[in-house]
Design a protein around this ligand. Structure first.
Ligand SMILES: O=C(CNCc1ccccc1)Nc1scc(-c2ccccc2)c1C(=O)NCc1ccccc1
Length: 328
């Protein structure tokens, strides 16, 4: 995934968690994203240069594709990236789960960051009320699939430096340790959102009154208010805000304290310091980019991205709805 838009290509962005997805018989590697609600794919409607190095969906080659006349979509993400295009429906299969008549959004424009990324599109797993298709808003793959699942839930298993998995319809006990703790979710903003009003740095507790967090597999880092970011890096020898990198960096040899975040009114989720060293900023391996960075202008919100999921199995349960977490 790419860094905050203000950060140049370096540090060597971490890997994306891509899932091979069958759309109308064509295989695409999609970025499963609980922070957005559109299933969109690179398509043959893109310019040749935008299509380069990507698998693209060709609606003419699918016998089950149906165009949705007059429908369009356009999405912009907080890092400034975005895409837009037209819409149809097709049969979409992920692992053992198939949805017929799934809205598939064909990109005819994608921002430069996407051309550089490894994904062939996104599969949104937020709530459907933030889907961008107009004039008729469409449902997410999970929303369409949930009635056919044993339980209306999916779970994200995203270990660092190993293959991950998205489990649909059941919790996979092999993907977590201990018991799953749950917190209620407020889906009104379209996100898997819950209160997260305090954090701990190396064991010392600090408040973040009134703040909510979203569980977001589509965002690479853990993004939180400036106060928490400065408190954290004040505890890291040699750390400083690097304008050129657009975030906090520190000597790769620095020892990083644990960072715990309160999830709802339950206990804390503790991310070990070792998982907060995101990546070296260059090939010298001297300076590293932090996995905790500022959420910037969206006040009152924290975004728990892949850095969180590298430590915790995330359960997205529509019964509630509720969010569950358990150490990997
Ligand atoms: O948009 C998402 C989830 N999709 C992330 C994504 C995936 C692939 C390619 C691009 C983006 N999550 C959310 S919820 C709310 C925000 C947000 C964040 C900052 C300002 C305004 C809105 C974001 C988001 O844009 N996440 C992606 C992001 C944000 C900042 C830095 C890097 C990436």
């Amino acid at each position: 995934k790419r860094q905050d838009s203000s950060a140049p290509a370096s540090p060597s962005g971490g890997v994306e968690y891509l899932v091979e997805t069958d759309v109308g018989g064509q295989k695409l590697n999609l970025d499963f994203d609980t922070g957005s609600g559109d299933l969109w794919v690179f398509s043959t409607s893109l310019s040749a240069s935008s299509q380069a190095n990507h698998h693209v969906f060709n609606p003419s080659s699918s016998s089950t594709y149906k165009a949705m006349s007059g429908a369009t979509w356009r999405i912009i993400y907080g890092d400034g990236s975005g895409a837009s295009g037209t819409v149809g429906t097709d049969t979409v299969t992920v692992g053992g789960t198939t949805v017929k008549g799934q809205a598939v959004e064909l990109a005819n424009r994608v921002s430069a960051q996407f051309v550089q990324d490894a994904n062939d599109g996104l599969l949104g797993l937020s709530f459907s009320n933030i889907n961008t298709v107009r004039p008729t808003q469409q449902k997410t793959f999970f929303d369409n699939a949930k009635s056919s699942l044993t339980k209306p839930l999916f779970a994200a298993y995203l270990p660092l430096n190993a293959n991950g998995a998205y489990d649909f319809g059941a919790i996979n006990a092999r993907h977590h340790t201990g018991s799953v703790a749950y917190t209620d979710v407020d889906s009104s903003g379209g996100f898997w959102q819950f209160p997260s009003t305090s954090y701990k740095v190396g064991g010392t507790k600090h408040s973040l009154s009134g703040v909510s967090a979203i569980a977001d597999t589509g965002t690479t880092l853990l993004l939180i208010a400036d106060a928490a970011v400065t408190t954290y890096y004040d505890a890291v020898q040699g750390a400083s805000f690097d304008n050129q990198q657009g975030g906090y960096t520190f000597p790769c040899s620095a020892s990083l304290p644990d960072f715990a975040v309160r999830i709802g009114s339950t206990n804390y989720a503790t991310i070990p310091g070792s998982l907060i060293n995101f990546a070296p900023i260059d090939n010298s391996g001297r300076t590293c980019f932090g996995g905790i960075q500022s959420v910037g202008q969206i006040a009152g919100m924290s975004i728990y991205g892949d850095v969180f999921f590298n430590a915790y199995y995330g359960v997205f349960d529509d019964a509630g709805p509720r969010f569950g977490f358990a150490p990997i």
